[in-house]
Write a protein of this length. Structure first.
Length: 256
């Protein structure tokens, strides 16, 4: 009698398990699923595309390698009952004036019925590329030469917005500050040398009425490039300043 009771109980339990399994299968058969793999692939490509847009006119090296680490997808996979397909869209990951190798991508999932769900997925961008590394100390305002630099592949993820790679024309720049061996070139530490420097001796071309022209020695009162306007002072008359346009290296034109 006891064995009959046990058998009946076992049969009831098996029947309940079978019913639950059938219900689950029926639910899944009419549910759309968004998997972890789908989200990883979607977000990774989205961020890589954003990096390409961020580069803009900054040419990238052929050896530049960009990868994206997904730091977690909470709650995945996601099920949408009674849906045959799910639309996925990414948004909000972008850079302003400051680069960051970490961010959050918001993914919106929606179906044809208008139901939707959003999830924030934290990511990290990893970038490996050849950059200029300082071999010998370069003093402030000194030109950059190949003997003082070497091209080496480095992980530049944290400072990607500022690193100077092989596509940078080094001949245009000088060091803005002292550069020390082992550091890689940061564009914030470089500058295009001005055509006129503050306190340098210059030639002032004084243009007067009726085409009169007079060349006198002078002193620059500001840095500037050709085409810019700066204040200058005649060397002989230290009390009087003029405003003139830089027309050549160490040469400023003043209209009287």
């Amino acid at each position: 009698m006891w064995s009959t009771f046990v058998n009946k109980k076992r049969s009831l339990l098996l029947s309940l398990l079978f019913t639950a399994f059938c219900l689950l299968q029926t639910t899944l058969a009419f549910s759309a699923e968004v998997t972890v793999a789908q989200l990883e692939s979607l977000v990774s490509q989205y961020v890589k595309d954003k990096v390409q847009v961020y580069q803009g006119t900054r040419a990238s090296s052929k050896e530049e390698k960009i990868s994206v680490k997904i730091l977690g997808i909470p709650g995945a996979p996601y099920h949408f009952p009674d849906s045959q397909s799910i639309n996925l869209a990414c948004d909000t990951y972008s850079w302003g004036s400051t680069w960051s190798d970490r961010g959050v991508v918001r993914v919106k999932m929606s179906d044809a019925t208008g139901r939707s769900r959003e999830v924030g997925i934290p990511v990290q961008v990893v970038i490996q590329k050849p950059v200029w590394v300082v071999r010998n100390m370069v003093s402030s305002h000194a030109p950059l030469t190949m003997r003082d630099l070497s091209l080496e592949s480095r992980d530049v993820s944290a400072t990607y917005g500022y690193v100077a790679g092989e596509t940078l024309d080094l001949s245009q720049y000088v060091a803005r500050v002292n550069l020390f061996p082992g550091e890689w070139l940061d564009v914030r530490k470089l500058e295009i040398p001005p055509d006129v420097r503050y306190n340098d001796n210059i030639h002032i071309v004084m243009l007067g009425p009726n085409g009169m022209e007079l060349n006198v020695p002078g002193v620059a009162l500001a840095d500037g490039q050709i085409g810019q306007t700066i204040r200058v002072r005649q060397a002989q008359f230290q009390r009087k300043d003029y405003v003139g346009k830089i027309i050549a290296k160490n040469q400023v034109q003043v209209e009287l």
